[in-house]
Design a protein around this ligand. Structure first.
Ligand code: HEM
Length: 644
């Protein structure tokens, strides 16, 4: 959403309200904020794109380091050849002098980036001492996993988010990102005092592969093995071989088995665009969207042309569902509903856009359909910070609850649980999970996942079964060594992602000064003190995101939300297939209509399983628990609804 970043703490406090509240006054302020936020976005892009997974943007790496190292000295960036980028820094100073942004935050950024920026710190240590190992093991990852992540008792998300929503985000992650690993394994050993409480006292894992960026400042970065574009690579594949493997080479179709599920190779591994760390729920969504692809029909097209068009359209459907259905359920407030719809349709809404097309820029008509992609001077990429905020394995439960869809339960009632099918999640993963799924079938699985709430993103809710997990190779084969995923989440440290407080500073959010700033839960505060003492600067990002007090309606933290919105807009506005080429010449009239008439996941389910949602789904979105109440009809226009 164009205005998303005007919420950050350094902008005028009035504008901060916009993200959470929107009434008539705020709506007016929203317009005022646009010119600011556009610049702000540029600025943040520079910060956020520094650790580009693509490593294509060594340019911005340079800019970032210049900023951190030299802003204090006010060295002119123009002499570094970054004339235009330099402008944004001056904008900040100008806003500061005009009182638009607060002095404190700015000086904190300038002063402390030198001292506290973990990335810079590790960079300097790396240069001076050859490694940054002390930063990697403090506190020890297994201590963090045991004392702060390990699940005591499964806590669910209430009615807000179900297992389809949980599988959906894994489905999207597998469309966007996966770090290339090193060929060298390293061993992580739990310290003696904690080893007894660890499912694995020691385990081996592959480090993230470091590659040269070609920049003299930040010498190394990492690579993404998946395509970062919203191109449906999770079903279509990430390279030539992968793409060929999933195609039927007839009528533009993708391969799918007779029961509507994915086909499998001789080893039992599914045939799909991405097969790593798969489980039944994830594989089900892949199959559903293969069916969606295969349903498209352009009689005049040959196999190749049909495949390409159906891929474009299906990818746009995925992007749209994620933007105006999944995200809206994740951040359930009227403001976010308005914001995400503005991202797709613009402030004037769908009806006007359908009638008159895209006009008047992103505010009036949305990001989709812009005349040109907008990358704010930074080549499209997804960032390390983006990966980190999506570390949400706590969404996964301990067991999957299968429901009896042949019961005589009346309409909208929750179908009864099939006793023998309270299945441990471990058995739903990998090849075992594929076997289970084919026994259960697509329909029963969808209805069951629809009725089960997923886990809450909070401390002490990390799936136990992931603490001795058989992870997969990139080709879907089981690895011989089990890993403790909870301890491995600390890979953020190895990748140089800032810890929680520094991360907030980089986003120009107010850092915490003590644990009470983070949460008012006494038990959490005590546990944090036990692990980190009183050093709030050491707090790991993941732990901070899980411990942070949440905004009403948000299933995630406010800190994570900042990154979500930045990148949510960027994935659309910087991609030519959602901007310059989002037209009938590229998509065809029929293709555009297909995208236009699909608003939600429910629409896709209805297309392929007629009657299913009518019988089983009471709620409005397929991502909420299906027997929950539908959204209430309200006659107050969305933009004028009072803040909660
Ligand atoms: C059965 C389900 C899942 C399994 C078995 C699984 C397993 C894994 C494994 C083994 C890794 C690689 C860890 C590493 O080497 O650093 C990983 C990474 C990751 N997973 Fe999951 N995961 C599952 C579901 C999810 C879900 C629901 C999310 C929600 C957002 C998620 C988000 C991520 C992210 C963001 C990464 C980091 C990717 C990267 O480092 O490039 N996963 N997962």
């Amino acid at each position: 959403m164009a205005f998303s970043l005007s919420s950050s703490s350094f902008i005028h406090p009035q504008l901060r309200h916009i993200v959470y509240k929107m009434n008539l006054f705020d709506t007016l302020l929203f317009f005022v904020s646009i010119p600011l936020s556009v610049h702000h976005l540029h600025f943040l892009c520079l910060i956020n794109h520094m650790p580009s997974l693509h490593v294509c943007s060594s340019h911005c790496v340079d800019v970032f380091v210049c900023m951190s190292e030299f802003t204090r000295l006010y060295i002119s960036w123009t002499s570094w050849g970054y004339g235009t980028d330099y402008q944004y820094f001056w904008d900040l100073l100008t806003w500061e002098s005009e009182g638009i942004c607060t002095n404190v935050t700015i000086s904190c950024m300038l002063e402390e980036s030198m001292v506290r920026n973990m990335r810079l710190k590790s960079f300097l240590i790396e240069r001076l001492m050859g490694n940054a190992i002390t930063l990697l093991l403090d506190p020890h990852p297994t201590v963090v996993a045991n004392k702060l992540l390990a699940r005591n008792k499964f806590v669910d998300n209430g009615k807000q988010f179900n297992m389809i929503a949980c599988s959906w985000i894994q489905f999207m992650i597998h469309d966007w990102i996966d770090h290339m690993e090193d060929t060298q394994q390293v061993e992580l050993k739990a310290p003696d005092k904690i080893a007894d409480g660890c499912p694995l006292k020691s385990f081996k894992f592959y480090k993230t592969k470091k590659v040269s960026t070609g920049s003299p400042y930040m010498k190394t970065g990492s690579l993404n093995t998946r395509t970062p574009w919203w191109d449906g690579s999770v079903i279509y594949g990430n390279n030539e071989d992968g793409m060929r493997k999933v195609r039927a080479f007839k009528d533009g179709r993708l391969r799918i088995a007779g029961d509507g599920l994915l086909e499998h190779d001789e080893k039992g591994i599914p045939i799909s665009g991405d097969v790593r760390n798969c489980w039944a729920g994830f594989s089900l969504l892949q199959a559903l969207f293969v069916t969606e692809h295969n349903a498209e029909n352009y009689p005049d097209f040959d196999d190749e042309k049909l495949y390409r068009h159906a891929r474009l359209v299906t990818s746009a459907v995925l992007a749209k569902i994620h933007t105006i259905d999944w995200t809206v359920e994740l951040l359930r407030t009227d403001t976010l509903l308005a914001g995400m719809r503005i991202n797709w349709y613009g402030f004037l809404g769908k009806k006007i856009k359908d009638l008159f097309g895209h006009f008047g820029g992103p505010v009036l008509s949305g990001l989709v359909g812009l005349r040109r992609p907008r990358d704010h001077g930074v080549p499209y990429s997804l960032t390390e910070e983006f990966v980190s905020v999506y570390r949400m394995h706590s969404l996964l439960p301990e067991k999957l609850i299968l429901r009896d869809i042949h019961s005589t339960a009346s309409e909208y009632e929750c179908p009864p649980v099939v006793e023998e099918y309270l299945v441990p999640m471990r058995e739903m993963a990998g090849k075992d999970g594929e076997r289970r799924l084919s026994e259960v079938g697509m329909e029963q699985m969808l209805v069951s996942m629809g009725h089960q709430a997923c886990g809450a993103v909070k401390l002490w809710n990390y799936p136990s079964w992931m603490r001795n997990l058989v992870a997969h190779d990139i080709n879907g084969e089981d690895r011989p060594d089990q890993v403790d995923m909870a301890a491995m989440e600390s890979k953020d440290r190895e990748r140089g992602v800032a810890r929680y407080n520094e991360f907030r500073r980089n986003l120009l959010m107010i850092p915490i000064s003590n644990w009470e700033d983070l949460t008012d839960d006494e038990e959490v505060i005590e546990a944090l003190r036990d692990v980190y003492g009183n050093d709030v600067e050491k707090l790991d990002l993941l732990i901070g995101l899980h411990a942070e007090k949440k905004i009403k309606g948000f299933a995630i933290s406010e800190t994570a939300f900042f990154i979500f919105l930045l990148i949510a807009s960027r994935r659309l506005e910087a991609d030519r297939f959602f901007t310059t080429n989002f037209n009938s010449r590229t998509y065809t009239e029929k293709g555009l209509e297909w995208v236009n008439k699909t608003e939600t996941l429910k629409d896709v389910i209805d297309r392929h399983f007629p009657g299913m949602t009518k019988k089983w789904m009471k709620c409005t979105s397929a991502f909420s628990v299906w027997d929950s109440e539908p959204n209430q009809t309200t006659y107050i226009p969305l933009y004028l609804r009072p803040a909660p």
